[in-house]
Design a protein around this ligand. Structure first.
Ligand SMILES: [Zn+2]
Ligand SMILES: [Zn+2]
Length: 176
């Protein structure tokens, strides 16, 4: 069964009417909504999500990342793919809410994509330029972040991604 014909207007509903901003907790850096409902916006076929730097809020749909949306069976590989896609969109869209624009420098999680295929081919990690932008604005501990990312990818069976962050952590330490 293909479910994407069931249009709804969550984005139109949430953003112009400011539904999320009043709920932004006082101590929150950003406030994100995640839904399994497919999202559409005016004049667009569908959207994976929408984030606003000005209001520090965003909403994202994971619906199209699940094989049952396309009428396909679910298995271990498809579950990993769904997870990889979900990590990607949340990282990408949260970074928009933190103020990053689309990246044109390298293969980067902040490259723009107009289709699921393009998104699948994009990097899961930000490039050095975008990493530096995030670091400047958020002042996190890079080593701690790289290790946490490596652990979470490993925990969910995304070994290649886990190894990538491990290597980045080691390179970061070497460059200090
Ligand atoms: Zn984007
Ligand atoms: Zn970049």
């Amino acid at each position: 069964m293909v479910r994407h014909r069931q249009k709804n207007f969550v984005i139109l509903f949430v953003f112009p009417n400011g539904r999320m901003e009043p709920k932004l907790p006082d101590d929150a850096a950003i406030y994100l909504g995640i839904t399994m409902t497919d999202l559409y916006a005016e004049n667009l076929n569908y959207v994976f999500g929408y984030g606003s730097f000005e209001t520090r809020t965003g909403v994202y749909s994971l619906a199209r990342y699940f094989p049952d949306f396309w009428g396909q069976p679910s298995n271990a590989d498809s579950k990993r793919l769904t997870l990889r896609r979900s990590f990607k969109v949340l990282n990408h869209e949260a970074s928009h809410v933190f103020g990053l624009k689309h990246c044109i420098f390298y293969d980067c999680s902040m490259n723009g994509s107009n289709s699921l295929e393009e998104a699948d081919n994009s990097a899961i990690h930000e490039c050095p330029v975008c990493h530096q932008k995030l670091l400047e604005s958020l002042q996190f501990d890079p080593e701690k972040r790289f290790k946490a990312l490596s652990e979470i990818f490993s925990k969910h069976g995304l070994d290649e991604e886990s190894q990538w962050w491990n290597t980045r952590s080691a390179n970061w330490l070497r460059s200090r």
